[in-house]
Write a protein that binds this ligand. Structure first.
Ligand code: 4AZ
Length: 232
């Protein structure tokens, strides 16, 4: 998070810090995530593959495709954003996550709920620049603004939305991707976005890009075999 403030774990009890175990068995911090049920987390990630040729794939939600190619060691450079990925937690003594003041699931948004541009939402994560849990506030941008040529033009699909500060002072950054963007509706917080990508951090005309979670409610319910979508 850039330009944010220190957050207590209790204020964002659904935020996960995801670590990978390196070859030397060390735990290395990779990205964020959020707890959507006691045994499932949702996150986003970027797949980059280098090879002999160079080709940029413009599909933005191509996880399965990318993994197939990775398996075949295809000679191309592919960068794609997996906008929504689910991670199943392993149960420990019959339980996955045990809820407490610092561990709690986040609510998925009602699928039809649309928020107006300008609405202020909150992001949280453990990424740059301070690498401690921080939170910041960002405002939703209208799609046509984010698709303007001064912004991201045709890089924004219907599965994404943009959010930033009018003065560009607060933003998500490297290591925050996968983490949640939550907004308040009728005094309750819902996860409307997954921190996904951006050109740099807190840069003018380069807002953060988020996965539009309402487009994935049904998919999440199907994949997890849960019915965690409100009002579905
Ligand atoms: C990242 O690499 C990342 N400023 C996440 C969000 C943004 C940039 C980079 C948005 O995880």
């Amino acid at each position: 998070i850039v330009g944010g403030t220190v957050a207590t774990v209790e204020s964002h009890p659904w935020v996960a810090a995801i670590f990978w175990r390196s070859k030397s068995k060390e735990k290395v911090f990779r990205c964020g995530g959020s707890l959507i049920s006691s045994c499932w987390e949702v996150r986003s990630f970027t797949v980059t593959m280098a090879g002999a040729g160079e080709e940029q794939d413009d599909r933005t939600d191509c996880c399965e495709f990318a993994f197939q190619l990775k398996h075949q060691r295809a000679p191309l450079l592919l960068i794609c954003n997996c906008l929504a990925a689910l991670m199943k937690l392993r149960a420990n003594q019959g339980k996955c996550a045990v809820e407490s003041d610092s561990v709690r699931t986040v609510c998925l948004p009602p699928p039809q709920q649309r928020l107006q541009p300008g609405v202020t939402c909150e992001i949280a994560g453990y990424g740059k620049e301070k690498y401690g849990e921080e939170k910041a506030q960002v405002n939703l941008l209208a799609d046509d603004v984010c698709r303007h040529k001064d912004y991201y033009e045709n890089m924004i699909t219907d599965n994404m939305f943009c959010a930033g500060r009018p003065d560009w002072s607060q933003d998500a950054c490297e290591g925050d991707s996968g983490g949640p963007l939550v907004c308040e509706v009728d005094n309750r917080l819902f996860q409307f976005g997954v921190i996904s990508w951006g050109d740099g951090c807190a840069k003018e005309f380069r807002p953060g890009v988020y996965t539009r979670v309402t487009n994935y409610n049904r998919w999440i319910d199907e994949k997890t075999n849960l019915s965690i979508t409100a009002g579905a």
